[in-house]
Ligand binder design. Structure first.
Ligand code: P6P
Length: 331
């Protein structure tokens, strides 16, 4: 474990320690909420690690060896998060990529302060070929002074209102990155003790990075400026590398650690972009900025966008600040 010089710090301890430092008046209910997320992602990680087995056993006639109905892994992930988070007592509303409508756990008053928005298993089409996938989450506080019945008013807040954001990447190891507004911290799941242990504290995204990450198959559908940027990146002068995994969490995790830029621009088929604003772009944008990076939709800062719909999509250009600025200079 690098960077902690032997200190074994679990995510629970880290959250409480940081809250004492930065939010001494915090009631600890926030760490209680985050511990619901860590519990859910440990269960999901276990399912992900065995997914291939499920697929093989269940693929014969859709009934697995235990006689259970084989469910899609992302539905299992969705139900797991609902079960682990929904009954923490301080969550009022949950918004999932899997569900058309918000799930009202309880009225947004009294103890129920938080709204949790998440993509339970992003990139799940990659699971069959053992490519990294992930869980993404964003946490909002209810809007004080707005009636609890105005559910969408509490949900459709701009990204800069997030009080926390994070992801878990189920890759060669299971890593959770989270921020509550005072830096980005990463934890690696140690399966032998079932705990997320601190592996990178106060992560800083490298200022530059000669890697661009985009699905070049759509190149002819991108705006002219993006096409010109891609020409430059491939020129001898720039000599950038292309890395594209096709899972946002994995592509972003690499960008956060190594620098560079990830792009999902508008295309003629998806003029509003493909990625979702509330529970993909916003949490990643908060993490990027907290690590010194930047995130834009090509016209404005992602975190300033005022959402108008639950599953609204957005173009996304995210990564090292100077790399994002370079892409924007072509637009
Ligand atoms: P494309 C996965 O399906 C996903 O939602 C993101 O995780 C990923 O970045 C993107 O879509 C990949 O999309 O069009 O390149 O397959």
């Amino acid at each position: 474990m690098s960077g902690t010089r032997g200190k074994l710090l679990t995510i629970q301890q880290h959250i409480i320690e940081r809250q004492k430092l930065h939010h001494p008046d915090a009631s600890g209910e926030f760490s209680w909420l985050l511990s619901g997320i860590t519990l859910a992602t440990k269960v999901i990680a276990d399912h992900v690690r065995r997914a291939g087995l499920h697929d093989v056993l269940g693929s014969a006639d859709q009934i697995n060896v235990q006689g259970e109905e084989v469910q899609k892994l992302d539905l299992i992930a969705n139900e797991t998060i609902m079960a682990c988070l929904g009954y923490r007592g301080n969550v009022g509303i949950m918004v999932s990529e899997e569900d058309d409508k918000p799930t009202i756990i309880q009225e947004l008053n009294g103890a129920a302060k938080y709204i949790v928005l998440f993509d339970p298993l992003d990139g799940s089409s990659n699971i069959d070929v053992n490519v990294s996938i992930g869980t993404i989450f964003s946490i909002l506080h209810r809007v004080e002074g707005v009636d609890s019945s105005k559910v969408m008013d509490h949900i459709l807040q701009p990204g800069y209102k997030q009080i926390a954001a994070g992801y878990v990447v189920y890759g060669s190891s299971t890593v959770m990155a989270y921020t509550t507004g005072d830096g980005v911290h990463m934890f690696t799941l140690d399966p032998s003790i079932g705990a997320y242990c601190l592996s990178h504290e106060s992560v800083r995204m490298p200022e530059t990075g000669k890697t661009y990450s985009v699905n070049e198959a759509y190149r002819s559908q991108f705006p002219q400026g993006i096409q010109e940027y891609l020409e430059w990146a491939k020129s001898e002068e720039a000599a950038y590398s292309l890395r594209y995994i096709g899972s946002l969490v994995a592509d972003f995790h690499r960008t956060l650690l190594r620098g560079g830029v990830f792009l999902y621009p508008p295309t003629t088929k998806t003029p509003g972009g493909k990625l979702r604003l509330l529970y993909e772009a916003n949490p990643m944008a908060m993490l990027a900025e907290q690590a010194g990076g930047a995130a834009s939709d090509g016209k404005m800062r992602i975190l300033d966008k005022v959402p108008t719909a639950l599953h609204e999509r957005t173009p996304l250009i995210i990564g090292s600040r100077s790399e994002v600025d370079r892409v924007l200079s072509y637009l």
